[in-house]
Design a protein around this ligand. Structure first.
Ligand SMILES: C[C@@]1(CC(=O)O)C2=NC(=C\c3[nH]c(c(CCC(=O)O)c3CC(=O)O)Cc3[nH]c(c(CC(=O)O)c3CCC(=O)O)/C=C3\N/C(=C\2)[C@@H](CCC(=O)O)[C@]3(C)CC(=O)O)/[C@H]1CCC(=O)O
Ligand SMILES: NC(=O)c1ccc[n+]([C@@H]2O[C@H](COP(=O)([O-])OP(=O)(O)OC[C@H]3O[C@@H](n4cnc5c(N)ncnc54)[C@H](O)[C@@H]3O)[C@@H](O)[C@H]2O)c1
Length: 191
């Protein structure tokens, strides 16, 4: 059973440290920005690859620091992603982050992670996060692609219309809940 508890983070208001600016660092940054274009990210790497520079360059909220990892970079951060090609450095980042009770992800090393990055589907205000409990990232990717394909863009209109309708409702909280549930019953009715 998957015991992970998903939460939806306001990474545009949180400070993320990403260490490593190669293939894996680029992939993590790309997925982070795809979902949260204004994510506050400080990227630290001894060297940034051209593709990392390209992805980071598209964002106004990514700061790059060309340097070897140092504990000082953990200051003021809420979340840390370690994506260097040096296992000892990744381990050090993880240990020093844990000392500060920061949440840490060591890319592609499930045992060292407090949280996993998931497959993410966004359709306007709707967001669906997918986890396979670290068992098959490839399946997470395929499910993400499938849901991106089958969920219509118009699903956001539904959310917006229901939100507007709720604002027109009179009565107390319980009456509103009842009205919203009656109106949306058809979404889950079988047959
Ligand atoms: C969802 C996604 C999000 C993202 O990365 O942002 C993501 N991995 C993605 C793709 C992907 N990553 C890898 C492959 C090659 C397939 C393969 O090798 O089997 C592919 C597929 C591909 O690229 O086609 C390599 C890989 N990844 C991990 C390991 C270690 C292991 O499994 O033990 C290895 C082997 C490394 C090695 O060989 O050493 C581990 C993790 N990868 C996770 C997330 C977390 C678990 C998520 C979950 O619960 O499912 C977790 C635990 C930690 C983490 O990194 O957070 C993103 C899809 C984004 C999208 O397209 O939507
Ligand atoms: N490339 C892949 O698709 C892939 C897939 C699975 C696993 N991995 C593993 O993930 C890890 C990272 O792979 P990669 O392809 O991103 O490597 P890479 O060589 O492309 O990038 C490594 C990055 O880490 C930085 N770095 C190294 N030591 C550092 C330090 N002390 N301080 C700051 N930055 C430092 C480098 O400057 C570089 O930016 C490796 O362990 C690799 O085996 C990679």
């Amino acid at each position: 059973m998957n015991q992970l508890y998903p939460i939806f983070l306001k990474v545009h208001e949180l400070n993320v440290l990403l260490v490593g600016g190669g293939n894996v660092g680029t992939e993590k940054l790309e997925f982070l920005l795809k979902s949260s274009p204004r994510a506050q990210v400080t990227a630290v790497a001894k060297a940034f690859s051209p593709s990392f520079l390209e992805v980071a360059g598209r964002s106004e909220t990514v700061t790059m620091i060309e340097d070897a990892y140092d504990e000082k970079y953990l200051g003021g951060k809420h979340i840390v992603i370690a994506a260097t090609d040096d296992k000892a450095v990744n381990r050090q980042i993880r240990d020093e982050a844990k000392e500060r009770f920061l949440l840490v992800n060591v890319a592609d090393t499930p045992d060292l992670c407090d949280f996993y990055l998931g497959g993410i589907v966004t359709k306007g205000n709707l967001k669906i996060a997918i986890s396979t409990n670290g068992k098959s990232p490839t399946t997470a990717k395929r499910l993400r692609q499938l849901l991106e394909d089958v969920l219509p863009e118009e699903i956001d209109d539904l959310l917006q219309n229901l939100h507007a309708y709720r604002d027109t409702l009179k009565g107390d909280f319980e009456q509103k809940v009842k009205a919203m549930n009656e109106l949306t019953e058809g979404l889950v009715r079988k047959g």
